[in-house]
Design a protein. Structure first.
Length: 312
């Protein structure tokens, strides 16, 4: 099976009350872990690369790793997606290189400017058979080159979504309902709560339209503990409760982005293995453990959070 767009994926997810996992990739082991878990669970999956990942790994290397994954997992649909494309040029480059989905993130711009930039990307992408995700509202936190302070973050305004979707022609919409980027999403002692009232109002205004949640890592405390017990210093790292993500997936949320959880699992594997084996110098030794930890996270997300098992 060749790379696909998310169009059919999202239609099935919307109708079936589940979400597709969009997992960020940065290296070979992470690509392998995600796709092996998805293949074993017969789940559709989105492999997404941020601008930062493209700088780190080199766009050509990323593309070839994803192509290899597609060849090794012929029975599941896989989307290759650009996460947080900062401008038209980056989106165009990814369309031209074979991505089947791109996100243009002009959410920090004024409303009309966001529309104009998004529409330009949509027109080019659609002409090449590629789908487009855009964002309304701004998530707090840090992810690669995306840095938004709590003061500058804002919830999505439901009254804007109809106009935005109709004027841009976008295929899916990322909204801000209380998730945030990074491992430090909420203050200790607080009860994280997503704004389902905003999600419900958005659904009323654009029924049947695929919604996306960014910044949806739950920050598994077992990996935080492993990291801290093996030389790390992750204090007060708190994520989004998984029961709330499952609730969102039963609604109009068709795509849930997960990045920090993979980074935590990967780092936990490296730290734990090297501390337990101080004489180890073969990267295959500790990267094998990290790959398994990432695979464990993806397996759990597909089965227990996203609900996408056996949906391929």
């Amino acid at each position: 099976m060749a790379l696909v767009t998310s169009t059919e994926m999202f239609k099935k997810a919307y109708d079936g009350g589940y979400a597709i996992g969009a997992f960020n990739v940065n290296n070979m082991e992470i690509v392998q872990a995600i796709t092996e878990a998805a293949a074993e669970l017969h789940s559709p999956v989105i492999l997404q690369a941020s601008a930062g990942a493209r700088k780190y790994a080199n766009p050509e290397y990323l593309q070839k790793m994803v192509e290899a994954a597609v060849n090794n997992c012929p029975d599941i649909p896989i989307v290759m997606h650009l996460d947080h494309g900062p401008d038209f040029e980056t989106c165009k480059a990814c369309v031209d290189k074979g991505f089947t989905s791109v996100m243009i993130d002009a959410s920090s711009k004024p409303f009309d400017e966001n529309i104009a930039i998004t529409k330009e990307v949509v027109e080019y992408a659609h002409a090449h058979g590629v789908v487009v995700e855009a964002e309304l509202g701004s998530l707090a936190g840090i992810e690669d080159d995306v840095k938004v302070s709590a003061e500058d973050s804002s919830y999505t305004r439901p009254e804007e979504v109809e106009e935005f979707v109709s004027r841009t022609g976008v295929d899916s919409l990322a909204i801000a309902i209380g998730t945030s980027h990074g491992a430090y999403k909420f203050k200790p002692g607080t009860k994280p709560q997503l704004r389902f009232d905003i999600l419900d109002e958005v659904v009323k205004r654009i029924p049947g339209f695929p919604i996306v949640l960014h910044g949806s890592s739950s920050v598994p405390q077992e990996y935080v503990k492993i990291i801290n017990e093996n030389g790390g210093a992750l204090k007060d790292a708190i994520g989004v409760p998984e029961d709330q993500l499952r609730q969102a997936a039963r609604s109009a949320v068709c795509k849930i982005n997960i990045d920090s959880d993979l980074r935590l699992a990967f780092t936990a594997g490296v730290r734990q293995t090297l501390k337990a084996n101080p004489d180890m110098f073969d990267p295959r030794g500790y990267l094998k453990v990290s790959r398994q930890y990432v695979k464990d996270v993806v397996t759990h997300k597909i089965k227990d959070v996203l609900g996408s098992e056996n949906k391929a």
